[in-house]
Design a protein around this ligand. Structure first.
Ligand SMILES: [Zn+2]
Length: 133
């Protein structure tokens, strides 16, 4: 039993589990913002144009309420979430790419002014023509 809890502790203390928890919490908070945006701003705007409130779009079939307005709201929520996540991932990819480019651009070699050979940037003497630099 001790080994089991030890393993569990190791699992919890692994950095990526905490990262994941932070991601889930931020995601949940973000979901609340998107839901509010759609319910409080976008739905009323659609209501202005279509002259109906999305949450009022309920059809009664055989005495059963079909809340297809709420369903449309959920779809709009999803599209906005997906779009924002796409933008975030795109931004992160760009940052990673920029970081990579910077690493690549750092020169590690130079050209010897005497024999035009490519040599190490820190070299004080050329290994090809033995000139001092
Ligand atoms: Zn040289």
């Amino acid at each position: 039993m001790k080994g089991f809890f030890g393993e569990f502790k190791k699992f919890i203390l692994r950095g990526n589990v905490i990262d994941l928890a932070v991601g889930v919490i931020i995601g949940a908070a973000f979901q609340a913002i998107v839901t509010s945006l759609v319910d409080d701003i976008i739905s009323p705007l659609i209501g202005l144009v279509a002259n109906t409130d999305l949450s009022d779009m309920v059809s009664v079939v055989n005495g059963v309420e079909i809340k297809w307005g709420s369903f449309i709201t959920a779809i709009i929520n999803f599209i906005i979430m997906a779009f924002v996540i796409f933008l975030i991932v795109k931004g992160i990819n760009k940052m990673v790419e920029l970081g990579k480019k910077k690493e690549e651009e750092e020169p590690t070699t130079k050209v010897c002014p005497h024999c035009r050979s490519e040599i190490d940037i820190k070299a004080t003497r050329c290994p090809h023509c033995t000139s001092e630099l």
